[in-house]
Design a protein around this ligand. Structure first.
Ligand SMILES: Nc1ncnc2c1ncn2[C@@H]1O[C@H](COP(=O)(O)OP(=O)(O)OP(=O)(O)O)[C@@H](O)[C@H]1O
Ligand SMILES: [Mg+2]
Length: 242
């Protein structure tokens, strides 16, 4: 019990699209323990982002339960949802979403500003964001704007933004989807290094076979159900990564 980061129980989600019901998630059960790295794979439209957004309490299920650590999530309490997200969850999206009118440093500080509960001082937020940008190798890009840095650098800035505030649950939706092979490899290596250092739980949605094969625990989403991929299809041990 104590080591559990995420638990999903019998999650259902249906969208209505052009008058038709689309049953995206049909009873999803999943347990992810602290410090684990897992993948969610599956065809385009199979519901991977929907599932990740429910875990990240951005979207709500029609029925079923979600626990983050020992806390059962009340999807009707928006204030509480915002708080859980701000305190515990970091997102890495394929399309970065760095704010164009803010510097890289300001973008990375942003999640700390909204962590009202920690009452973090600007000075400390600045230090923490700088440290994180240093860890991802962007110390020389603090005062650049997103339009002034490369795609690989934007991806690294997004990783830094996801991790500040000692986030314990990192959700990555196609983190290498926008990158060439060289930059993809660099981002994977970076994520793996940081995970070893900081020991967060990492859930990665991906189409990228090369990335998926490096992930120790893999699931496939198909027809609204989640299936563990067979052992022989599973990756080498985490110690031999990436
Ligand atoms: N807000 C929405 N309203 C209506 N239908 C939606 C909505 N969001 C997603 N869907 C539908 O739900 C299904 C699952 O979408 P989702 O984005 O979760 O898939 P995905 O597996 O992430 O796909 P991709 O690999 O292309 O990103 C799709 O058929 C999609 O059209
Ligand atoms: Mg998606």
């Amino acid at each position: 019990m104590i080591d559990m980061m995420v638990r999903l129980e019998n999650i259902y989600k249906t969208y209505i699209s052009e008058g038709e019901e689309v049953h995206v998630l049909n009873g999803i059960d999943l347990i992810v323990n602290k410090g684990q790295i897992i993948s969610i794979e599956g065809a385009s439209g199979s519901g991977k982002s929907t599932l990740l957004n429910i875990i990240g309490v951005i979207d709500r299920p029609d029925s079923g339960n979600l626990w983050i650590e020992e806390e059962k999530i009340d999807f009707s309490n928006q204030q509480k949802l915002d708080e859980i997200r701000a305190l515990k969850i970091g997102f890495i999206f394929q399309h970065y979403y760095l704010l164009p009118d803010f510097t890289i440093l300001e973008n990375v500080m942003m999640p700390l500003w909204i962590m009202k509960k920690r009452k973090i001082k600007i000075k400390n937020a600045l230090l923490e964001a700088k440290e994180m940008l240093d860890l991802v190798g962007l110390s020389h890009r603090l005062y650049h704007y997103p339009s002034q840095i490369s795609g690989g650098e934007m991806a690294r800035a997004t990783v830094a933004r996801a991790l500040v505030g000692e986030k314990q649950l990192i959700l990555a939706d196609e983190p290498t989807g926008n990158l060439d092979k060289e930059n993809s490899n660099k981002i994977i290596e970076l994520l793996w290094d940081l995970q070893k250092k900081l020991n967060f739980t990492l859930i990665i949605v991906t189409h990228d076979r090369e990335l998926a094969e490096k992930i120790p625990i893999r699931y496939k989403l198909d027809n609204g159900k989640l299936y563990p991929l067979k052992k022989e299809q599973n990756a080498k041990s985490i110690n031999s990564l990436p």
